[in-house]
Ligand binder design. Structure first.
Ligand SMILES: Nc1ncnc2c1ncn2[C@@H]1O[C@H](COP(=O)(O)OP(=O)(O)OP(=O)(O)O)[C@@H](O)[C@H]1O
Ligand SMILES: [Mg+2]
Length: 387
């Protein structure tokens, strides 16, 4: 669009504003034309329509900067008029010019796409002239914002697709390396010397860390693009946590931490995605082991229609002011003395839990008699049982 008329300060040399007056009453048309002329006839290039149908045809035919729109026309009336014109010309500013002074209706007109709402017998040439310039400017800003938003959405979609493809392509060769290190470490391909074993173990550790990071990125990109899904089945959560605690016991032991499972029930059947829930509790327990001083406990409590799992540790705890932030992607607390994580673990935990219709939160480990001060973190997961 060219610069509209002038800026109201008398500067010249700018293109006239292309105005479409949509009004069926001759007297009102004359009044509008009078006001536009009084504001400065050279500033406006005015065309006319008497119906919404006629206006739509005009808008399709010629470029227009602003529509001055009456709300009671022969083929349409009320706020639907605004909507129809906004649909017919999405990039054109609309100033409603009506006889009805109703604030609610004016607000609704703005929500449906108008940029201003003037009352006919209260408008004068100056008010109308300025309203036209402001409405065009508002529309221009709105258009720019929408375009920027669309560019952002597109960039985000492309980033998700790129991440998804790259993660896939990176993961396959890493998985092959894991198979090879497994073969070497199990001795199937011949016995390794002590030095050779150490090197292969180092390769194995690093490549597994890499696979985990790539899988986290893939999960995250699927969650953000809405393509993440869970495979529901019925399984015993107690058995699953027992296995996990046994598997992680040696990692905990190597740090001088003991790991317990507390559960009063023999079995706790739930409906969920077993692999994904193992991923959730692995993440929570690995975090807890990393921060614990001496012990970590996992407590499983069926409670009515849901089951609650607490993972407690006796480490420094999670300060109240970051208890929500720890679930944000790439968030890492300051106390990272132990190792370099990526800060994706808890984001993915929350994503998986909410795919099960559940919740997860961080808090203080409950006080125990003999504790001098509250310390330690508690992460609690609650999921519906649905068995
Ligand atoms: N048990 C805990 N005690 C204290 N702080 C914790 C505990 N668990 C998590 N946090 C804090 O929350 C942050 C985010 O945890 P999250 O699991 O998302 O990432 P990470 O463990 O740093 O990396 P990743 O899991 O991606 O390898 C951690 O960096 C840590 O600061
Ligand atoms: Mg983690």
């Amino acid at each position: 669009m060219d610069s509209p008329g002038d800026d109201g300060e008398g500067r010249v040399g700018v293109a006239p504003v292309r105005v479409l007056v949509v009004e069926d009453k001759e007297r009102d048309v004359a009044q509008v034309v009078g006001m536009l002329n009084a504001y400065g006839s050279a500033r406006f290039d005015v065309r006319f329509a008497t119906t919404v149908g006629g206006a739509s045809a005009e808008l399709a035919k010629l470029d227009t900067d602003v529509v001055l729109l009456d709300l009671s026309l022969p083929d349409c009336s009320g706020l639907e008029t605004v909507q129809r014109v906004a649909v017919a010309a999405p990039g054109v500013a609309i100033v409603v010019l009506t006889g009805l002074a109703d604030l609610e209706r004016a607000m609704e007109a703005l929500r449906r796409g108008a940029q201003d709402y003037l009352i006919k017998n209260r408008a004068d040439s100056d008010l109308l002239g300025r309203a036209i310039c402001y409405a065009i400017e508002r529309k221009r800003v709105e258009q720019e914002r929408n375009e920027a938003l669309e560019r952002l959405r597109m960039a985000s979609r492309q980033k998700d697709e790129f991440l998804s493809t790259v993660s896939h392509d990176l993961r396959s060769p890493c998985t092959n390396i894991c198979v090879a290190t497994d073969i070497l470490l199990t001795g199937v391909a011949g016995e390794l010397s002590e030095d050779q074993r150490k090197v292969v173990e180092q390769i194995d550790r690093n490549v597994r860390r890499q696979v985990r990071l790539i899988s986290d990125l893939l999960d995250l990109s699927r969650m953000e693009s809405g393509t993440f899904s869970v495979l529901m089945g019925t399984f015993d959560l107690r058995r699953c946590l027992r296995q996990l605690v046994d598997e992680l016991a040696h990692v905990a032991g190597s740090r001088g931490v003991t790991l317990h499972l507390n559960c009063a029930e023999d079995s706790v059947p739930v409906v969920g995605d077993e692999d994904r829930l193992v991923q959730v509790f692995t993440n929570l327990m690995e975090n807890a082991i990393r921060f614990a001083e001496k012990e970590v406990s996992c407590t499983l409590q069926p409670s009515g229609a849901s089951v609650v799992v607490h993972v407690d540790d006796d480490g420094p705890g999670v300060p109240a002011e970051i208890r929500e932030r720890v679930f944000e992607r790439f968030f890492k607390g300051e106390n990272q003395a132990y190792r370099a994580g990526t800060g994706l673990g808890l984001t993915i935990v929350r994503g998986i839990v909410s795919h099960h219709g559940g919740t997860v939160g961080a808090g203080d480990r409950p006080w125990e008699s003999g504790d001098s001060a509250p310390h330690g973190a508690r992460f609690s997961v609650e999921i519906p049982i649905r068995s």
